[in-house]
Ligand binder design. Structure first.
Ligand SMILES: Nc1nc2c(ncn2[C@@H]2O[C@H](COP(=O)(O)OP(=O)(O)OP(=O)(O)O)[C@@H](O)[C@H]2O)c(=O)[nH]1
Length: 442
């Protein structure tokens, strides 16, 4: 079915001009929704993102055409004389918040995020360039196993990409969702396998979604379990020296002090941890090196005793993300940049757009329904006033799916158009006119 003549004019009440207070980098003027001959369309307000990220940087806008993006990707990096670089793989169970954290580190949303698992379908790179340092962040699909992949009909890439990312990483962040009662007490076998396969790569434990914890005491227990009581070669001794039990923030009720890291002036534990573990060092004993664990060893392991740091944060609201970012910048080693400083992601503009629309479909359609929607881009053009005109067809296998996707009176699809359009404006920093059309795949 074609949704002809079901125009929804969301923009009627929206401002037609960028307010004077808009940041100077907003160059395009949002146009009005001008109606369409088919499906649903929307034109939305102004980019709403923060003008700079936690380190006071302005992340570069994303190219709006594939040609421009290719030119940027192929161009020589504009690196300074003594460049530094760090490639970071972010791994963890599906839904741990990997893409949310990537977006926060980048300062702009370029990776899709949703409440449903397996939002990220393949690896993608994000780039943070800060002064002489480039962080290359490898967002990966949630680690899963072949059985689950088969059950959910996941692409091959979803099994292999996290491993591929590890091969290219200088450091790995292992993300754990501390609000998930089922998974938070132990690292999954896939994560442990990944870590033990690459024992030479320094690893950092990141406890995410701390904002959702009512009782911060649990963090102490989790740290002990997920690290097997050892961090950076030092034994942690749990102490119950909690000072307060605030639940509203990721900020520490108590802190971990790590007396044994003389080279780290600004100790990350002090800044980022919610738990205080009074810690007894293994003294002058040598820091144990990670070994290659076999499947039998891994079977009995719940945590990884070779993390070099622990961070506790709330990626969604950006709490403590700047602390982690600063730490990552400090870990960078001398090396050539991979990208020009105006590159924010290796994804093409079309990939970003597909992912953003898919994210909304995942968010608003129930159960397995979103996974069967096929997206076909029918138009990607620059309009007469420099706005980006995008039209996409959404093919669904059944009429019932189409009814769900459109929603009563077009409510669902118009919401998808509106939110995706706003996100696209925030990514490309220009006016975007998005049109979606739903059809049953014949
Ligand atoms: N409350 C809260 N929610 C969070 C936080 N970080 C992420 N989320 C939410 O968790 C859900 C999953 O986040 P994603 O970033 O898509 O997770 P992911 O690990 O990339 O997921 P996959 O792509 O399935 O592997 C989304 O609904 C996020 O909004 C956080 O710090 N606090």
């Amino acid at each position: 079915m074609n949704l002809s003549n079901t125009d929804i004019t969301h923009a009627a009440a929206l401002p037609a001009r960028v307010p004077v207070s808009c940041p100077p980098w907003v160059t395009a003027i949002p146009a009005r929704w001008s109606g369409s001959s088919s499906a649903l369309g929307s034109i939305l307000g102004i980019p709403t993102e923060k003008p700079s990220n936690a380190l006071g940087q302005h992340p570069p806008p994303v190219a709006t055409s594939k040609e421009e993006q290719d030119r940027l990707l192929q161009g020589r990096p504009d690196q300074p004389q003594n460049p530094k670089v760090l490639r970071i793989a972010i791994i963890g169970a599906p839904n741990a918040g990997k893409s949310t954290l990537c977006n926060q580190l980048l300062g702009r949303k370029v990776f899709p995020v949703s409440q449903k698992v397996h939002t990220t379908r393949c690896k993608a790179r994000g780039v943070v360039t800060h002064e002489d340092t480039q962080l290359i962040i490898l967002d990966t699909p949630g680690l899963t196993n072949p059985c689950k992949a088969k059950r959910h009909k996941l692409e091959e890439a979803m099994l292999t990409d996290p491993w591929d990312s590890m091969k290219h990483a200088d450091l790995v962040l292992v993300l754990v969702d501390v609000s998930d009662h089922w998974t938070r007490n132990s690292l999954s076998k896939e994560v442990l396998k990944c870590l033990s396969q690459f024992p030479q790569i320094p690893s950092v434990l990141v406890l995410n979604k701390v904002d959702l914890l009512k009782n911060k005491f649990i963090l102490l227990e989790l740290v002990t379990e997920l690290t097997e009581g050892i961090v950076n070669g030092k034994k942690l001794e749990a102490s119950s020296a909690f000072k307060d039990n605030s639940s509203s923030s990721a900020r520490s009720p108590v802190q971990i002090t790590q007396a044994s890291s003389p080279e780290k002036g600004d100790n990350t534990w002090d800044n980022s941890s919610d738990v205080k573990a009074s810690e007894s060092r293994l003294g002058t004993e040598e820091v144990q090196q990670p070994k290659h664990y076999g499947p039998r060893d891994l079977k009995n392991m719940k945590g990884w005793p070779f993390f070099q740091e622990i961070f506790m944060l709330a990626a969604l609201c950006g709490e403590e993300v700047d602390t982690l970012k600063r730490y990552l910048l400090l870990q960078a080693k001398p090396g050539a940049w991979e990208f020009h400083s105006s590159v924010l992601t290796s994804q093409s503009p079309q990939e970003i757009c597909n992912n953003i629309i898919r994210e909304k479909i995942l968010e608003y359609l129930p159960l397995e329904v979103p996974y069967s929607v096929i997206q076909v881009t029918e138009m990607w053009e620059e309009g007469p006033s420099g706005e980006l005109l995008i039209a996409q067809k959404l093919l669904v296998p059944r009429k019932s799916h189409m009814t769900m996707l459109i929603g009563r009176g077009g409510k669902v699809i118009s919401r998808i158009v509106q939110e995706a359009g706003q996100d696209l404006m925030n990514v490309f920093l220009c006016d975007v006119r998005l049109r979606l059309q739903v059809e049953v795949k014949s």
